[in-house]
Design a protein around this ligand. Structure first.
Ligand SMILES: C[S@@+](CC[C@H](N)C(=O)[O-])C[C@H]1O[C@@H](n2cnc3c(N)ncnc32)[C@H](O)[C@@H]1O
Length: 224
């Protein structure tokens, strides 16, 4: 794929996501995997987005009742609420105040006891450690712009680097990361950061679409 064709695909993908989200925000509600979720304008909707779907499948299969789970970038709280159907404890964090309000509302509406906090990545946490950290990060390599902003766009990739450099300190021994990525993002960048910050990883799911391949990786810190 040439750089030009990739850039075109990134822009087409951004436009499609914006169109879907504008429609969903107008309605204000979605049904998603047995949940009724409010989706406030500006908050990323899990419906019709393959990344969330792939992670939801993995969560349903891998989360055990003894687990304590952290969902970073929770958006509507969909993945955190799904994880909470099995896990002992789920903490959900988002940098966006609207997402935090949305996730808190959705937790109440769906009878879930997730703990929702606002902040940048791990900043709201103190000494907590988790068995699993989930992250469905923004991955389109464009400057963030309204209305989806930090939900899907990142400009320099600093977010991913901060996440992968810090995540190990919030994992219990034997804990692991589950995160999504796309071939539309910066080529080889995720793999570069995983090596730089000493993660062992394996691709556990992938889904090919006309514009991109989306995948889920499971990663553990080296030395475990
Ligand atoms: C692709 S959306 C995923 C939402 C949800 N997890 C899902 O799968 O439906 C990415 C989310 O990450 C949040 N986010 C972006 N940068 C963040 C940061 N530095 N710290 C915490 N959350 C962040 C966005 O506000 C957005 O809700």
């Amino acid at each position: 794929m040439t750089r030009i064709s990739k850039l075109i695909m990134v822009h087409v993908s951004a436009l499609l996501l914006e169109l879907i989200h504008r429609l969903i925000w107008r309605i204000g509600w979605i049904n998603y995997r047995g949940l009724r979720l409010a989706v406030v304008r500006g908050v990323f909707s899990p419906k019709y987005t393959i990344t969330t779907d792939l992670l939801a499948d993995v969560i349903q299969q891998m989360i055990k009742s003894s687990y304590e789970v952290l969902d970073v970038g929770t958006g509507t709280g969909a993945l955190a609420i799904i994880a909470s159907r099995k896990a002992r404890k789920v903490v959900a964090i988002d940098i966006d105040r609207r997402a935090v309000l949305c996730a808190k509302l959705n937790a109440i509406l769906n009878g879930s006891s997730i703990i929702v906090k606002q902040g940048n990545l791990f900043s709201p946490l103190k000494d907590e450690r988790f068995d699993v950290i989930i992250f469905n990060p923004p991955y389109l390599p464009l400057r963030p712009r309204p209305p989806l902003g930090l939900s899907v766009f990142f400009a320099e990739g600093a977010l991913l680097e901060s996440f992968l450099s810090q995540a190990r300190y919030y994992l219990k021994k034997g804990g692991f990361l589950l995160m999504t990525y796309s071939t539309l993002s910066i080529k080889g960048y995720l793999e570069f950061l995983l090596r730089k910050y000493k993660w062992k990883y394996v691709k556990i799911r992938s889904f090919r679409m006309p514009l991109e391949e989306i995948y889920v990786i499971m990663a553990i810190p080296h030395g475990q």
